[in-house]
Ligand binder design. Structure first.
Ligand SMILES: [Zn+2]
Length: 237
């Protein structure tokens, strides 16, 4: 098996590798992914805000009921004929009235704070929905642009793949299998030359790891060996 064949294959495969990378790094795809994340976050936020609004409204109902009870008690006291009561009873009623007035004030304050919370939650909710809708619109645009780019790249990939399969048929099956295995792991180049640095020190031309004697012997005998470290195919120049 001639090393030129697999090197020729790899040279063409470099185009394929570039096309695959082009697709992976497509800016429209990246933007679409980020917009999709924004949509997801906005959706999750809107669900939480809805829940918060629901809880606050329930809290408001509760406070309103408490307020009503206190107001009714107050009205009861106001209706009492103080002339018919003893001095002690009048004093007791007066102190209860003060306490009720205080309670009413606190409840009214609570109610105001809760109303403010509801308003801010609703404002936040509207803003979140707006963000979601805007992201959705941009996402659709980006996706359409990516799909258009992808179609062009896929057509080019098909052309290269046809050429690769024609050359691949000429290459030893075992080597081809080893090549494709590395290639699928996104290792490129797969076939690298044996490097000699100093006398008798041999390195992998891909990862620069020093080779074992067994590997060097295999290269000398069979023309190829796999790097023990990066598993690339090493050949002797
Ligand atoms: Zn290596």
């Amino acid at each position: 098996m001639k090393v030129e064949q697999i090197l020729e294959y790899q040279k063409l495969d470099k185009e394929m590798f570039k096309l695959e990378k082009e697709l992976r790094d497509n800016p429209h795809k990246k933007k679409a992914n980020s917009l999709h994340e924004t949509m997801k976050t906005a959706q999750e936020r809107s669900v939480k805000l809805e829940e918060k609004a629901g809880n606050t409204l329930a809290e408001i109902d509760k406070v309103k009921k408490q307020l009503k009870t206190q107001q009714e008690k107050m009205a009861e006291f106001m209706a009492k004929d103080l002339n018919a009561l003893s001095k002690q009873e009048v004093e007791k009623i007066a102190s209860l009235k003060d306490k009720l007035a205080q309670n009413l004030q606190i409840l009214e304050k609570n109610l105001t704070a809760l109303a403010e919370t509801v308003n801010s939650v609703l404002a936040d909710f509207n803003k979140t929905i707006k963000t979601f809708n805007a992201s959705k619109e941009d996402f659709a645009k980006c996706k359409a642009e990516y799909d258009r780019d992808a179609k062009t790249v896929e057509e080019k990939k098909k052309e290269v793949a046809n050429k690769l399969s024609a050359i691949g048929k000429e290459i030893d099956g075992g080597i081809m299998e080893a090549y494709q295995k590395r290639r699928k792991e996104n290792i490129f180049p797969v076939v690298v030359p044996l490097m000699e640095e100093g006398k008798g020190s041999y390195f992998c031309g891909g990862c620069r790891t020093q080779l074992s004697f067994a590997s060097i012997n295999k290269i000398n005998d069979e023309g190829f060996a796999n790097c023990d470290h990066c598993r690339r195919i090493i050949y002797k120049k």
